[in-house]
Design a protein around this ligand. Structure first.
Ligand code: BTN
Length: 256
């Protein structure tokens, strides 16, 4: 079980995680956070579970969520449109920073927001936004961070996942990883809210740039050169015929 007192002792945020809803088992932390949001829960509420029975990934995939060793959480935010756009960068950068601060491990980002070490997935991010007209009403940032998972014991992900423990060669207290993640997240989110540029920091960690990639849009796969990203975090894909295609995060899977 998570030691909440130890976690709180390491939390330096002003609002993020100050209201923490901790559950043993949930279908998905996104589900509970959505209910909370609909009932008017404040920005910064964090829902965390020891285990998810129906953990979700991007594009309808599932997220393997065994109990005990990892972190499965959803952050409830009520961002401005600018803040919302920045979340694609804030979330993976916060994971990268937490990995660095807790273990010294240098993670990279696969566009738009997979967090990898040596091409294996350390963390996944799922961003769901409820709009009211053009404006975001609330945003749920789901983060699955592999902390102490024995990757070999999870056949579904053994060949594609890693954990902080696997990379650092020692157990990492989850309380420390969680506090570090939220501390970094809030700092980055506040910077973005003040209009400070995160794109350079994100780009510097993006391992996708300069590579030939396959982008899958539904049933269609396009091959191209991942040339750059624009201010909104869209991927600029140079197609074989020379045209530039702007690819937004929601719709694609990427093979590097
Ligand atoms: C992905 O890489 O496809 C995104 C994975 C996101 C997983 C997290 S775990 C906490 C939150 N609850 C979920 O059901 N999914 C996200």
């Amino acid at each position: 079980m998570l030691n909440l007192a130890a976690f709180e002792a390491q939390l330096t945020t002003s609002f993020l995680g100050r209201r923490l809803l901790y559950a043993t088992t949930l279908t998905s932390t996104q589900d509970m956070a959505r209910r909370e949001a609909a009932e008017g829960a404040p920005e910064g509420t964090v829902v965390i579970a020891e285990e998810q029975t129906a953990g979700r990934g991007r594009l309808g995939r599932s997220w393997v969520s065994p109990p005990g060793d990892n972190l499965y959480l959803t952050l409830l935010l009520r961002p401005t449109l600018t803040g919302l756009r920045a979340l694609t960068m804030v979330a993976p950068l916060a994971c990268v920073q937490a990995a660095q601060d807790t273990t010294g491990v240098e993670a990279r980002i696969k566009w738009p927001n997979d967090v990898l070490v040596n091409r294996r997935k350390l963390a996944g991010i799922l961003i769901d936004t409820e709009l009211m007209g053009e404006q975001p009403e609330y945003t749920l940032v789901g983060i699955g961070l592999n902390v102490n998972m024995d990757v070999e014991s999870q056949p579904e992900v053994a060949s594609i996942a890693t954990s902080l423990r696997a990379e650092a060669g020692r157990e990492v207290p989850r309380e420390e990883a969680l506090a570090s993640l939220l501390n970094s997240f809030e700092a980055l989110y506040q910077k973005a809210g003040k209009g400070q540029e995160l794109r350079e920091a994100w780009k510097a960690r993006l391992e996708t740039l300069g590579k030939r990639v396959n982008v899958r849009f539904g049933d269609i796969v396009e091959e191209g050169l991942a040339e750059d990203v624009d201010e909104e975090g869209n991927l600029l894909l140079r197609l074989p015929g020379g045209a530039l295609r702007v690819v937004s995060a929601g719709e694609v899977t990427l093979r590097v």
